[in-house]
Design a protein around this ligand. Sequence first.
Ligand code: 2PG
Ligand code: MG
Length: 437
Amino acid sequence: MRLRSFNPPCPDPTLVTEIAAVDAWEVLDSRGNPTVRATVDTAAGSGTFTVPAGASTGSHEAVELRDGDDRFGGMGVRGAVRAVREELAPVVVGHEVTEQATIDDALVAADGTDSLSALGANAVLAVSGAVARAAAATNGEPLYDYLSPGEPGGIPRPTVNIVSGGLHAHGGVELQDFLIVPMGAETYSEAIEVVWAVRKAVESRIADAGVRPLVADEGGFSPPMEGVVDAFELISAGIADAGFEPSVDDVAFAVDVAATHFYDPDAERYELETEGVSLDRDGMITQLLEWTETYPIVSLEDPLYEDDWEGYRRLAARLDDRVQLLGDDLLVTDRERIDRAIADSAATAVLVKMNQAGTLTRTTDVIERAHDAGLTAVVSARSGETCDSTMADLAVAYGAEQLKVGSLARSERLAKYNRLFEIEAELELPLVAVANA
Ligand code: 2PG
Ligand code: MG
């Protein structure tokens, strides 16, 4: 008799942590547009990730695949969903779920293009994000713990949209985001309370002026304004009403100029129609410096056209040290462009968006590169979001100094803010120190 046959079957422990299945669906984002949601399963856990989408996208971002047919005005993502099911699932099934870098390499290889335009960055990122979430679930760890290369050291400082313009407000002032930064706050909870009070004060001012305080794509207000200065003045008044001081030490400003979207490349001019001015590069730089000298601005995002490396260098050389020069469309969470910005001293901070990069590994590589070079990392949502909160865990895990999610309104924004309340309660950590203070 063979004794072995009397032993109970002993499951191979590696099978429990191997990816057993991958699936994907078309769902809708916060603007009601289609996007890709994927789920990855092991025998011990599963993870779901939903891809966000930008409106003011940089032309060098990884490319999302849209169907271009009659459904949803061409914005359907059935092709990307099919790519997940038919092309990417066979590539990842059978891998150890914790082998994120290997899996991400295999996903990129399956696409075969650097921009991920063959199968779609939305298909690739959906799987990449779901793999990470499935791995954390399989290990029974919180996502920030699973992702963290060391011990999480702090909660990122929220930079919160109060007034919106540009493409997110479908008109209004050309500058896209007027944000506040609670510089005096030491904890995340305290920071959010400060922002809440300022936002409510601004809302009251808008309503008192007889205007309905309706919100734009990211939950920021967008009342009629005659120019950029009106937005700064409105928020400054709200800060004072709430009992704070508009200053670099108390409640400061951050601005996403999103300049590419009002730059005319043929004329090589910035067309600020609300201001009634058309500026060349040097004129725009002078204007930006004037705003930073007049208002307590600590961060300028995309102040110039996305390929104006020379302009960025000139601006960086003249900008006060207290103001971080933050690249979004300029850097598109891309390792090579960040290397160039470091070599050229063209930026001091990097906006980090998972769907610009296309995989989680590319994203974390960018944060680590930025930190190695002394640059600040600002983990950011997109204007089209869902209630996926992965970016909050990612920001904590990699010690991002700041977070940019939109306003304190709308559930797709609150999902991230509320996840940080959970993490703050679990870890009892203060905010990460402000790099440029
Ligand atoms: C940005 C983002 C978020 P979008 O420009 O920083 O505000 O917008 O997702 O539309 O690119
Ligand atoms: Mg931006």
